[in-house]
Design a protein around this ligand. Sequence first.
Ligand code: PMP
Length: 301
Amino acid sequence: MSIASKVWIDGKIVPLSNAKIFPFNQGLNYGACIYEGIRFYSLKKGSAIFRLEDHLHRFYYSASVLRMNLKVNQIQLKEAIIATIKANSLKSGYIRPMAFYSDSKMGINILSGNITIMILVWPWEEGKEPKQVRLKIATLKRISKESVDLKAKISGYYASSLLGFIEAREAGFDEPLFLDSQGFIAEGAVNNIFFVKNNTLYTPKKGNILEGITRDSIIKIVPALGMKVFEKNILPNFAKSADEIFLTGTGIELEKVIEISKIYAKKSGSWDVTDKLSSFYCQITKGEIKEFKNWLTIINS
Ligand code: PMP
């Protein structure tokens, strides 16, 4: 991964080497940190950030869950993101706003603590063909809505993703697929999942998943392509008869699932639906589909 040379930290854009973080920091210690992953794409003229308002909305929701008193509001953060992209002269890439408890104290009492906000950006290749991945059903169950507020994107939650990822890699798979505590399919380590059967799409319903913005985009664009999508409880065996399975996430956009543990293996057959959605999604991010242009925040160069 190539990294950008300048970061925004508490109101200032500074060279990466000047971005200092105090070691006594509860964000690092307890994962008392929130973040977003956002993409921006190059257009014929300038660039566009994809679904920025929705990402900022989730960011401020996550902040409220951790009772973070952010010193910049949503409009100011949006301006800071655009300024950071411009300072790094990037036309397309990835944006990672983060906020974490950064008081010079340790211990679990984060309440009323100071918050550091950072915006990192880096280049990200556009227009890549969807990757093919092999998933291992994780032994550990997904953290549930009974344990945490899953609508928030809080760093500490990712212990679950990390443990599943380690298990999957050590068993020779690419990534984990988590079941919820009732045995229904939940999501991947950092992505949501869709199943295609007879040109109809199915995805695990909200509850024990992070409500991905890419998932939401797919749900909204499927009807525009003349298909239907259902959000429901899905058991692993459902995968056995799927024509296509794909993952969604801001970074990966869509990824093709070619194997799930011993349940599913796609040796041949078409990827018609996944390919169609993937190229339509790509056109949307490039501002080529009028109906979805309101998902773009244009950055003029
Ligand atoms: N689930 C989890 C656990 C994630 O971390 C992510 C990445 N943010 C997703 C799903 C996909 O979300 P999005 O489409 O908003 O990137």
